[in-house]
Structures are given as structure tokens and as C-alpha cells.
Design a protein around this ligand. Sequence first.
Ligand code: NAD
Ligand code: UD1
Length: 335
Amino acid sequence: MSVLVTGGTGFIGSHTAIQLSQAGEDIVIIDNFSNSKPEVLGKLKTITGKEVRFYEGDIRDSAVLDKIFSENAIEAVIHFAGLKAVGESVEKPLEYYENNIGGTINLLEAMKRRGCKKMIFSSSATVYGNDNPVPFVEDMSTSAINPYGWTKVMIEHILESVCISDPEFSAILLRYFNPIGAHKSGLIGEDPQGIPNNLMPYIMKVAAGELPYLRVYGNDYDTVDGTGVRDFIHVVDLADGHVAALRYARSHTGVEAVNLGTGKGTSVLELVSAVEKVTGIKIPYEITGRRTGDIAICYADVTKAKELFGWEAKRDIDEMCEDSARWVLKNKIIL
Ligand code: NAD
Ligand code: UD1
């Protein structure tokens, strides 16, 4: 039996493909390369030593999904494919609803036609909205403040409904905190197009000399140094969380939401200092106003992942910074 990985050439999907393959899972990938590049496939082969079964296609295309399900015995789907830029989702809401929600419904219909009843879904800590106290616990209310966030909230509800309608269905809603870092090989990592929105990719562009300085969005929050606090998690730890979730889904039915974080908060300036320490590169920054929609502090209660999956994050902030830097700065510094 095989595991279908949608969006498997993207940032988190490619790292998960490696961890799955190294755990002995047989994987099949579908991606439309809307936010990733074909060369990732060669790198996956170099790292795992195995040929990757890959279909270039869109999850909104039923014909390609039926082809995949007829040519492979798909036992479970790990579903990463989706659009993820918050600002863009405000400008182009219909594209986000159509791709993320429409694509997921199309995928679930293809699974239903073939009797495939396990899905691990990429949700986000964004579903905790702006009003819950930290640490975020899985049974808290969910909401959103932008179309991207609403797609995650709605897909969580869709999967819950599917599990109610079919008692044999297993859906795991993995709520990621802030994934950073990269594979130790330095061959794959996050590769944002244009000017990054997220903190670590932005810091890395400054470290590489491609952007002059970091804008720190506010230093008047009620936090350790006034800057925003997030639960950064190494992408390889996150990937291992999917391997553990898949094992859990094999022996359980019903829906479970599970946080994947470290349970520890790190401020923007603490992350800047950690990057400076491991790379030896000074990161100039300027304090500017708060970014609309930001919360002060976000970190996970990680009890449930440990109890259900026996999984917990292992890698610390220094290792996350070192691995991000090895990927982005490649020949510019030696780590
Ligand atoms: P990514 O953009 O690197 O990967 C997504 C992949 O899906 C890309 O390779 C893209 O080409 C592909 N894709 C998009 N729409 C598709 C479609 N219709 N058909 C086929 N392929 C399609 O993003 P990522 O950071 O790896 O995120 C993966 C998932 O995790 C996304 O659903 C994202 O919303 C979610 N997530 C990410 C973060 C984060 O900080 N990176 C946090 C929380 C949740
Ligand atoms: C953001 C999204 C969230 C999404 C996640 C992953 C917003 C409001 N939230 O989360 O919905 O799930 O990305 O894609 O966009 N920061 C700076 N300067 C920068 C960039 C960021 O100071 O140039 C600060 C932010 O204010 C925040 C922290 O760094 O305090 C982390 O920001 P970011 O990496 O964008 O992640 P989130 O805001 O947690």
C-alpha cells in the first residue's frame, strides 16, 4: 500500500516525503508546481536513494486523481497542497477558497470513489484566532481573520463531517505552529518567491545581503522584550510528526485535531540573536509599527501529540537557525 502526498514538492511536503521514505513508507506525490520547482524531485532521490513516484497535476483535476488511485493502491493521503500566503488571500479570496476548499473536496470525492479512508491534513495554529489565551489547546474554539485562515477552519469542519458520515474514516488535523529550518543536507528548504512575508525567510534574505534590514513589527507587546513571540518548530520535527500521525490513523477512526509545535515561545529579537550567533552575520533591523492581524504570543500545548502519537519536537532554536542558514546561504558561509 502507498501514501499519497499532495503538495509533496513544497516546503513541508518535501521534508515529510523524506521522513516517510526513510521510515519505510511507499509514497506517491502529486504537485502542480504552483509554489515549488521540479528540481526538488531529483534532490529527494539523492537524499533517500529511491526513485520518487510523481504525478504533475492539480488536486482540482478529478481525471489525474482517478489515474493516481487506479495506478497505485493508496491507503492514506497526507494533504499539504494549498495556497498559503495570508496577504494574497485577502486580495484574491476566491482563488484561496477555490484552490484550498474546492481542491480538498475534489480529493475527498476521489478518495471516496476508491474507498480510501485516511487523511492527514495540514491545518494551522491560525485556527485559534485572536482571542484564545496561550498555550493553545486543541479543544479551544476556532475562528479566523483572513480568507487563508477560514479555508483551514472550514476544511477542519468538512473533515469532521466526513468522519461523522462515515465511521470508518480517519482524519487527523495537524495544527502547525511556525515551521523553520531545513534538511541537514542543505539540498532542500523553504524557497519563497519574491519578498518573504514570514520572519525566518526574511531574516535569511537579510543575512544573504539580498535585503538591507529586517522590519520588526512592533516592540510594545506584553512579552519578554516587547516583540512578538512564536512557537518555531524545525521542519524535520514537523515531518516526523506526520509519520507518527499516519501510524496513529492506521489504528484509529474519527477526527482528531493535534498541535505540532515545541510548546516554547521565542521572540522576534531572540530569533535574530540566535541567527547572528550561529552564522556570525549581523542582522540589521528597524522597529516599525505592528502588523495588522498579528497576535502578541502564540505557542502550543503539546500534550496531545505526545499522548496520542508518542511524538515530540527534538531540535532547538540554534539547530533551526543553523539548518535554515545552511540551506539559504549555501556557499556564502561554512557551518
Ligand atoms: P508550499 O507552498 O511550499 O507547499 C504547498 C505545495 O502545494 C506547493 O508545492 C504547491 O505547488 C502545491 N499546490 C498548491 N496548490 C495545489 C493544487 N491545487 N494542486 C496540486 N498542488 C498544489 O507550502 P508549505 O509551507 O509546505 O505548506 C504546506 C501546507 O501546510 C499548506 O497547506 C499550508 O497552508 C500549511 N501550513 C503551512 C505553514 C507554514 O508556515 N509553512 C503553517 C501552517 C500550515
Ligand atoms: C503568519 C500568518 C499565519 C500563517 C503563518 C504561516 C499573519 C498575520 N499570520 O504567522 O496566518 O499561518 O504565517 O504562513 O500573517 N515579523 C517581523 N518582521 C517580518 C516578518 C515577521 O517582525 O518581516 C514578526 C511578526 O510580527 C510575528 C513574527 O515575526 O510577530 C512571526 O511572523 P511570521 O513568520 O509571519 O508568522 P506568523 O505571524 O506567526
